[in-house]
Ligand binder design. Structure first.
Ligand code: HPA
Ligand code: ZN
Length: 337
């Protein structure tokens, strides 16, 4: 049940968002505004029509629309406006730190320069830090449906900007594109001093989670739902204290789970896994951070202590230095009083 006490706790707990694709925060209204600004044709007549098209039966259904939506992002200002709108939403949900993904290959393959996307996103993140008090890390994701060679080429494009990028991730179509395909490019990224994370076990089998750990040497796992199908793997993740960035509304809308009561968040907490709650692609899945918290609290009957644990996990699972994590965890505990 979502009591007024729990509702108020969700509204005030400081949180970090660790799994957010900035291109997935493109709301239909902004899609239209940017299409008009840039003279890009989109196959919809209204924002309502766009929302009606957001019916997905799997990850690929969503990705097809997600890549189409990106076509309106052309200028640095477009990337700025997109990122700034997300940060304002995050701030309203008392998100104090974000580690956001961007998909440079979704842009460079359309002729938009790597630096155009990076400059716009970063400028908004810097403004968010100064004006909203939200700290950030930026994670470059490789599109796993593309080749290893293309991932290496993207890492080359990133090289002049490595002081502005904190990590690499792996996203897009999971089935048929196992982590092993990117073992060498992740080794190179680690050599360059970047943090590493990867989507695994969203649609893919537990073996993909094991590969992400053994071959990519990831520091956390994005989604990780299907890891629970393998008891030994689950124990390993718990013992290593690895963070899982679960996305409840995304899971529901992409049919990874049949209903919110099947969200793995509560089971993961009970198993002692370091699970976090995130919004993934909020414009497409119908909710930002606190919407996700409210949905699972209602469906899973989470307690105040469990909500506080989830908020703490979001900071301890972040790439922030220890002293910043300690400060945020203290703020979580103070807000819980
Ligand atoms: N999974 C894989 N790729 C993605 C996702 C996701 O949830 N969102 C954006 N790209
Ligand atoms: Zn994702």
């Amino acid at each position: 049940m979502l009591t007024p006490d729990l509702e108020s706790l969700i509204a005030r707990l400081p949180k970090a968002e660790l799994h957010l694709h900035i291109e997935g925060s493109l709301e239909p209204e902004m899609l239209f505004a940017l299409a008009a600004r840039n003279g890009v044709t989109i196959p919809f007549a209204s924002a309502a029509e766009v929302r009606a098209a957001y019916e997905f039966s799997n990850l690929q259904d969503f990705l097809d629309i997600y890549y189409q939506g990106m076509s309106v992002l052309i200028t640095e200002q477009d990337f700025y406006d997109l990122t700034w709108a997300y940060l304002e939403r995050a701030s309203a949900d008392t998100v104090r730190h974000v580690e956001i993904f961007f998909d440079p290959q979704g842009h460079t393959t359309r002729g938009v320069a790597f630096a155009t996307a990076l400059n716009g996103i970063e400028r908004a993140l810097k403004d968010g830090e100064a004006r909203l008090g939200i700290s950030y890390r930026l994670i470059l994701c490789f599109l796993r449906h593309l080749s290893e060679e293309e991932a290496f080429a993207t890492l080359e494009l990133a090289k002049p900007h490595l002081h502005r990028i904190h990590g690499v991730g792996l996203d897009s179509s999971e089935l048929g594109h196992p982590p092993a395909k990117f073992q060498r490019v992740f080794a190179k990224a680690r050599e360059l001093g970047l943090h590493v994370t990867a989507h695994a076990g969203e649609e893919g089998p537990p073996a993909y989670v094991t590969e992400a750990l053994d071959l990519l040497k990831v520091e956390r796992i994005d989604h990780g739902n299907r890891a629970l199908e393998d008891a030994a793997l689950t124990r390993r993740i718990a013992e290593a204290g690895l963070t899982l960035t679960v996305c409840p509304q995304s899971n529901l809308r992409l049919c990874v789970i049949p209903d919110m009561a099947s969200s793995p968040v509560k089971r993961m907490l009970d198993l002692g896994l370091k699970v976090t709650v995130n919004s993934d692609d909020p414009a497409y899945f119908g909710g930002y951070m606190n919407d996700n918290f409210r949905s699972i609290t209602k469906a899973l009957g989470l307690s105040a202590a469990e909500l506080v644990q989830l908020a703490e996990n979001s900071f301890t699972g972040s790439f922030l230095p220890g002293e910043d994590i300690a400060r945020h965890v203290a703020a979580v505990r103070a807000a819980a009083q």
